[in-house]
Design a binder for this molecule. Sequence first.
Ligand code: HEC
Length: 118
Amino acid sequence: MAVFSSRCRLVLIFAFAFIISSCQSDADNSSSVSEVSSLPGVKLYEQNCVSCHGKKGNLGVSGASDLSISSKSREEKIEFIQKGSANGVMQPYGNAFGGNLSDEEISKIVDHLETFVK
Ligand code: HEC
């Protein structure tokens, strides 16, 4: 009986250690994931898009569309940003098209674009 209970204790200690270590690696994973995408849409927009579209979306440099009067749907905007403009002035931003932005980041930028539309 005594042997059983000390084994039991050992199992508990291992289980506890395992739980703690798995918690830590979870925390590590989520922090490295959020490092990539922790920037809010407004920051990502400022880094990548203001030079042509301006802070409020209506600057119009190099013929950039006025985003405050865009009639594109959310999905159309996401696709447009991923692939860039057909005339080549706006580069493709989607990872899958050689750009520097993940789908998640583009989705956050589009959240920000929605705030321009009156
Ligand atoms: C080098 C200048 C430039 C940069 C930088 C740029 N764009 Fe554009 N963007 C354009 C031009 C030019 C057009 C219009 C293209 C056309 O008429 O085919 C456009 C069009 C768009 C449209 C389509 C709007 C509509 O309703 O037709 C969206 C959405 C858009 N840009 C979002 C973005 C976002 C988001 C970024 C940053 C990730 C960005 N753009 C960066 C130049 C730029």
